[in-house]
Design a protein around this ligand. Structure first.
Ligand code: ADP
Ligand code: DP6
Ligand code: CO
Length: 362
């Protein structure tokens, strides 16, 4: 190490990863430690200029322990998920040489060296906008670069999965499927890209931030309680989702918006129904979320064919997918009319394209 020739050094890598929103949801694990799901899921990765995580990772012989700061606050890395990701990456680290700085880190050095991680989300954390997805994907991606891990995206997705299930899908852009896999060790539980970001670029995603407050029930504990107490979840995982996965893949392939919208809305609603079937029931959506659903449903019914799809993750915030730019403009117009930002309604932030309109609800 360069320490030996008396020089102090820090080697750093910064990466940015977008979040992804599931249109066929993952909810429920068959293995809590490896994070193996009970069904396949499909998501859309957002444009990195919208909701994303930026993570800088650094290594130096001066660091005495692994440390992490999230949105400027130091947090513990003791949780099994962070340790699992770090362990998997360290085991695959390889030699790094930086001639300019006179740094050489051998494979063996990585066993002893410590890392510092600083991560920022440019959107609400733990509020149901998939911060864990962007967060862990970025953590794994940036550390893999720093440690010169020579694995393909598929293997990295399996490592990110052990941080947060939904994170495995953020390693790819466009439309992504997380295959649940069959192996007990999780080796085949990986993400695959169904279509890249250019495949269906008419779609416009608008995110209506109903509340940026941290949710009461994290996704992890929520889905654990569902698996333990809901009878509906087994029916969903075994009977409903497998059929929807096939139909959704077909809809994406054919750019069939009506089918895409019907499946997305139905799956979001069934996911929230399963939350309600949990004991005690989990309420992720609120009155504003329900009003947004009614608004879109009425509009779609009036038009005779779906114009807009909605999906809600484990939180009250709406992810609205418009068929094209014209529909998106009309949707934004309706949202501003029904939920005027100056009123008492708690919905007062829309994210569209690369612009955030108005301030966050706080
Ligand atoms: P969300 O709906 O936002 O994904 P979750 O309950 O699934 O909410 O996960 C939130 C947790 O994800 C946070 O408490 C934190 O532990 C982790 N997380 C969020 N952002 C990051 C990040 N940038 N880097 C690492 N971990 C993160
Ligand atoms: C509703 O991936 O956040 O967003 O694996 O326990 O970290 P853990 O849970 P997480 O769950 C995401 C649930 C969801 C649906 C989805 O993204 O598929
Ligand atoms: Co999450």
């Amino acid at each position: 190490m360069a320490e030996e020739n008396g020089k102090k050094w820090v080697l750093m890598v910064t990466a940015q990863t977008p979040t992804n929103i599931a249109v066929i949801k993952y909810w429920g694990k068959r293995d809590e430690n490896l994070i193996l799901p009970i069904n396949d899921s499909i998501s859309v990765t957002l444009d990195p200029s919208h909701l994303c995580t930026t993570t800088s990772v650094a290594v130096s012989p001066d660091f005495t322990e692994d440390r992490m700061w999230l949105n400027g606050k130091e947090m513990s890395l003791l949780g099994g998920r962070y340790q699992n990701c770090l362990r998997e990456l360290r085991a695959r680290a390889s030699e790094v040489e930086d001639d300019e700085k006179g740094i050489k880190i051998t494979k063996k050095d990585w066993e002893k060296l410590h890392v510092h991680i600083a991560s920022y989300n440019n959107f609400p954390t733990a509020a149901g906008l998939a911060s864990s997805a962007a967060g862990f994907a970025c953590l794994v991606f940036s550390l893999a670069k720093l440690m010169n891990v020579k694995e393909d995206q598929s293997k990295l997705s399996a490592i990110a999965r052990q941080g947060s299930g939904s994170a495995c899908r953020s390693l790819y852009g466009g439309f992504v499927k997380w295959i649940m896999g069959k192996e007990e060790n999780g080796s085949d539980s990986v993400a695959v890209q169904l279509a890249d970001e250019k495949h269906w670029d008419d779609l416009v995603i608008i995110i209506a931030v109903v509340s940026s407050r941290q949710k009461e029930t994290s996704s992890t504990s929520g889905m654990r309680e569902t698996v333990e107490t809901s009878m509906l979840i087994q029916h969903r995982a075994k009977e409903v989702v497998p059929k929807r996965i096939v139909q959704m893949e077909e809809a994406i392939k054919n750019r069939d918006f009506p089918s895409f919208a019907r499946l997305s809305c139905a799956d979001s609603n069934q996911f929230h129904a399963v939350c309600l079937d949990t004991s005690p029931p989990i309420f992720y959506m609120n009155d504003t979320s329900h009003r947004i659903i009614s608004c879109v449903e009425k509009w779609n019914r009036f038009e005779g064919t779906p114009q807009v799809a909605y999906t809600f993750d484990a939180g009250p915030n709406a992810v609205l997918i418009a068929h094209n730019r014209k529909t998106a403009a009309s949707l934004l117009h309706r949202l501003l009319f029904h939920f005027p930002p100056s009123s008492d309604a708690d919905l007062n932030s829309y994210v569209i394209g690369d612009k955030t309109i108005l301030q966050d609800a706080g």
